[in-house]
Design a protein around this ligand. Structure first.
Ligand SMILES: [Zn+2]
Length: 317
């Protein structure tokens, strides 16, 4: 079923696990990701990013992502990762993406607040959720996701004091933080600032997002989630897993492209399922029932109506 980010991240934050975002720039990736989610009974976030649009235009990607999400028997968020322009975010919302990230992290703090707040209001009017970024997550050399190489990434770490102000002023549903993580494949083992994660998690109410997850150790993930990360972005690992499987198959294929497709889907499924288990989102697909508003203080009659409304939403999906 197609859901927005709150529906999978609020329970994740409450119960200290994380939901992965896996980018799906083609059908093999999307099929592998959904298969992994369904087989592990995990909620999942799938999507694409503005820098990945040359590999699959937003509209074309929406043709399969959104129907596949609706049809899946687990909660699936269709998310635009790192929307860099107003127009791309709006296009995603119009196409039916249930979530967008508007990345204004290279703007001044004031501009970041102003632009993200404007987009948050628009996204919410679509019933969609929005992620913002404070501080700046740079890129490892050769990353498919960008070319923002930082000489001293620690200068761009998220300031915990500003994080609360940013969340309050913008109304974002999730916050991407910079804590020693970077996009793409790491040349040297990254060193995450776990204390900073813990401090930010204790200061802001919204779920925190760790970008640049490919290449972190299992212990890094576990510790980061324990300290308060509720969403982890993975692309490089599934991108590489797909092509390695195709390369292996290439030597023994006898028909052509159709030999490579199932090999890629299976490899993506295995790699994605591995991450879901690591993030402990497996088995959480059926426990993801949340109220959009607070149910506290409601009379039995009001509560019954609210439950009926929520159930209707799921039936209609
Ligand atoms: Zn990112």
């Amino acid at each position: 079923m197609l859901v927005n980010m709150n529906e999978v991240l609020v329970p994740a934050k409450r119960n200290r696990y994380a939901v992965g975002l896996f980018n799906a720039v083609n059908l093999e990736l999307a099929r592998g990701i959904i298969a992994a989610a369904e087989s592990t009974r995990s909620p999942v976030i799938m999507g694409t990013a503005e820098v990945l649009l040359p590999y699959g235009p937003l509209e074309e990607v929406s043709y399969y992502l959104i129907p596949m999400a609706k049809k899946a028997n687990v909660p699936v968020v269709v998310h635009l990762d790192h929307g860099l322009t107003y127009d791309t975010c709006i296009e995603a919302l119009k196409l039916g993406f249930s979530s967008v990230m508007y990345d204004c992290s290279t703007d001044s703090y004031e501009e970041n607040v102003r632009k993200v707040k404007e987009m948050a209001d628009i996204a919410h009017s679509y019933g969609a959720t929005i992620e913002g970024e404070l501080g700046h997550v740079g890129d490892n050399e050769g990353s498919a996701e960008g070319s923002s190489h930082l000489d001293d990434p620690s200068k761009y770490f998220t300031d915990p004091k500003l994080a609360k102000d940013f969340v309050d002023k913008t109304g974002v549903d999730a916050l991407a933080i910079a804590v020693g993580n970077a996009h793409g494949a790491y040349k040297l083992p990254p060193k995450l600032d776990f204390e900073r994660i813990r401090t930010i998690a204790s200061t802001v109410d919204v779920p925190l997002v760790l970008h640049g997850g490919s290449g972190l150790t299992d212990d890094d993930f576990k510790q980061a989630i324990k300290e308060g990360i509720s969403k982890v972005n993975i692309f490089t690992d599934i991108n590489v897993a797909a092509v390695e499987a195709e390369f292996k198959k290439f030597h023994s294929m006898d028909k052509g492209l159709i030999d490579l497709i199932p090999a890629a889907v299976e490899a993506v499924k295995l790699e994605t399922a591995k991450k879901m288990k690591l993030f402990s989102s497996d088995g959480k697909a059926d426990a993801n029932f949340t109220f959009s508003g607070s149910a506290q203080g409601l009379s039995l009659d009001e509560l019954t109506k609210l439950v009926a409304k929520e159930v209707a939403k799921y039936i209609n999906k």
